[in-house]
Write a protein that binds this ligand. Structure first.
Ligand code: PYC
Length: 319
């Protein structure tokens, strides 16, 4: 068949949140550090991200994972995560999705593999074909108890923390953490993010805080907390968010509310869970460990016919 190109993928979900691993058909982004490969993907081939994630081939909640060559010889692969608006530093649910997908394809055994991400090396430990622990990049609280004036909500106070992405963590959710209230939560979190921008509240080195996290009491008796996470492109995380839970651990550790090795069970908006703990790192940093389950749910080829005006996805300029 001619007049089209194809991108081969496997979809999985981690505690409800989708990951699309790209197996073939990605652009040539060279080699070297994964951070540099991400820069080339973003600057020279961003239509690939839009093709994979945007409608009509994808949807707003899915996170893409492009496997690439690592520059760190101790790593089995490099991985670049992306979504409907851009690129992620790390992605916890996505790393679990990559691990269960590679095992499903017969490309890795149970046990530990190291992956190079744009923000550092992580370890994925495939405990069973579905259960994976990740040892995330060092995480830390950057600022505590920052107050901002938010449209419609008044003063909102939260912590700024790094867990592989930048988060603003608000302990008392402005709306119930029920799936019925998800539109209200998305709108409220969007207003918080706008207020942070307006007030010049950032992560380290002026980095944009693009994830907003609200917390409340858990529904199940053995969990510690329930969360809502607004992702950068406006979708909410169906899982408890691996990097968001890492940021939460960093705040709990900084407040002396969770000791090294102690377990924290984070429940998501849909009641799925991550089990989390940490070991201390240098200074104020911690190394989070997050355990969750992932399941492969489809595989196939994305087709781009040459004549299709939306071959790079809706939201791209029609060609
Ligand atoms: O699990 O780290 C995560 C994540 C980030 C955005 C969506 N999921």
């Amino acid at each position: 068949m001619h007049g089209h190109s194809a991108i081969r993928f496997v979809d999985s979900h981690t505690e409800g949140e989708p990951t699309r691993v790209i197996l073939e058909g990605g652009p040539d982004i060279g080699s070297g550090p994964v951070k540099g490969q991400l820069a080339r993907l973003r600057d020279e081939a961003d239509e690939f991200r839009r093709t994979v994630i945007n409608e009509p081939r994808g949807w707003d909640a899915v996170v893409g994972a492009l496997l690439c060559a690592p520059s760190d010889a101790t790593c089995a692969a490099g991985v670049i995560f992306f979504n409907n608006t851009g690129y992620l530093g790390m992605c916890g649910h996505g790393a679990i999705g990559v691990a269960v997908t590679l095992h499903y394809l017969g490309r890795c055994e149970l046990g530990v593999q190291r992956l190079e991400t744009p923000v550092g090396v992580i370890e994925v430990d495939l405990l069973t074909p579905h259960e994976v622990s990740i040892n995330n990049v060092a995480s830390y609280r950057h600022r505590a108890s920052v107050s901002v004036d938010v449209d419609g909500l008044g003063t909102v106070t939260g912590d700024v923390a790094w867990g592989g992405n930048w988060f603003f963590l608000v302990d008392s959710s402005p709306a119930p953490l029920d799936i019925e209230a998800v539109d209200e939560l998305v709108a409220a979190a969007g207003c918080v993010r706008a207020a942070l921008r307006r007030s010049g509240v950032t992560g380290a080195d002026g980095a944009e805080i693009d994830h907003i996290e609200f917390f409340g009491p858990p529904r199940s008796a053995d969990a510690d907390s329930r969360n809502f996470v607004l992702c950068p492109g406006g979708a909410y995380d169906r899982s408890p968010c691996g990097t968001g839970t890492s940021a939460k651990l960093a705040c709990l550790a900084a407040d002396g509310k969770l000791r090294p090795g102690e377990t924290w069970i984070q429940e998501s908006m849909i009641g799925s869970r991550f089990q989390a703990s940490y070991r201390p790192s240098d200074g104020d940093q911690i190394f989070p460990k997050i355990t969750g389950r992932g399941y492969v749910c489809s595989e196939g080829k994305l087709i781009q016919q040459a004549a299709d005006p939306f071959k790079h996805g809706i939201g791209s300029k029609p060609s």
